[in-house]
Write a new protein. Sequence first.
Length: 550
Amino acid sequence: MTTSHDTFLAQALADPSRTLWELDRLDAEAHLRDFIPKVWEIIEPGRRFVPGWSIDAICEHLEAVTLGQIKRLVINVPPGFMKSLTTAVLWPAWEWGPRNMPWLRYIDASYSEQLTVRDNRRMRSIMMHEIYQQRWGDRFALLAEQNAKIRFDNDKTGWKIATSVAGLGTGERGDRFIIDDPHNVKETESDAKREAALQWFSEVVPTRMNDDKSAIIVIMQRIHDRDVSGMILKSELKYDWLCLPMRYEERHRSFTSVPCKYSKAERVTRLLRESEPLPRWVTEDELQEEEKRSPLPEDYVPSFKLLHCWDRRTVEDELLWPERFSEDQLTNELEPALSAWGGDFAIAGQLQQRPAPRGGGMFKRDHFQFIEKLPEDASIAWVRGYDLASSKDDRAAKTASVKLGIHQGRVLMANVRKINGTPFEVETLVRSTAEMDGVACQISLPQDPGQAGVSQKMYLARALHGFSFYFSPESGSKEDRARPLAAQCEAGNLYLLKAPWNDSFISEACVFPNGQFKDQVDAASRAYDRAFRRRLPGNAAAPVLIGGES
């Protein structure tokens, strides 16, 4: 009796080349990673495909979307890691043909429509090539009447649209919404441009989904604390986050819910403290270390979720894809080029996927000093510096105030208060804070130019009867105003009174000036400048003129 195994063996012996061809086709249909080398020469003739485990990681997460295991995915990788090619070109071509899912509909958006049009062209070139057609050409056909660079359709109701962040409003709904670099690196410092992209992501993208099985994939390099990835992470949206920095950092290992082939799963817990602005995932070993340093509340109940560590590296600074980016190339070419204008921030964001240099920017986490108790010395010239705002929107800048003094050459930071509030709530905060600090603490307030600044000065002055206060216009950039205080911090001369506000202040300072908020640092800079000006030789507390210069 002849078995199917015998039949296959006979056919293989009769036509070995055909058998190898068929096995190649089956491999490509099973895994996206095996599909890529089969079509590589179509889009990159003359260039060798360089494999790397980072490509495997991206492919396995996209496969998880295909299999319906996940529906929301953020991938942060450095430039040059085939992110656009894999996500917006190869993956859709793989789903339509090898996976036999030609009904899927794709919206591909970037900060520039030219980039998504480029990817549409590359995808079409793959599908129209004989290599692809011989294997999967019988599964769908491109429609002649809709086969343009911006949009092409197939005869199984599938299509792919190329658009931009600014270009897509209402209209078509897709099964896959691919967002590939929603921000232009050249516009990193433009708050208006970034906010427009964030509004588009929040208000337009969710309405462009076909149904509850549709997927959103964001793939980008980090450019700012408040970019699309940053908003997803801080808002705790239910996205899996694959983050692969160029150089390995133990503190920034990447965990996702997607099982991987080469790493054991680690059980981790979500740890939230009042002093931390956001919850974070830690391993069980790390949780035990946390408990040793600072015991958790008795009513703390950890919620466990099985995640998988996707970074196979173990050595600090180990490269992500050394076959493609060598140490010599990074050290002598890429890193110097990025830092020529953007400094450490460009390397930290675009290469390391955290929009602040390791340890901090102008302020580094390791430089802050702490004290358990303030010195009892009446000669300390305390100043409460303010950065004023008047909005209840959590996304907007806050009114922040910092109490700071100079004692025996040390800069002491005693208190930070902040609020998102109306002008009346801000006025109430200013008055209550003055009463808390006492009359010995001078208040330093910024004065806006023009009539608006005069009006603000008048209503705050009415709230501060009986207290010493000083108004002055801001001069220079926030960065320039912060440099003297940053210099004291770098010298190990800035001491924070241990309190719940410490982590929030340090977190803001360590991404300054590249973070979303700069209010606390600006208030601290004002307080330090005023405290320094109040000092006279041999006397820490100089006389003060109410509402004027001393």
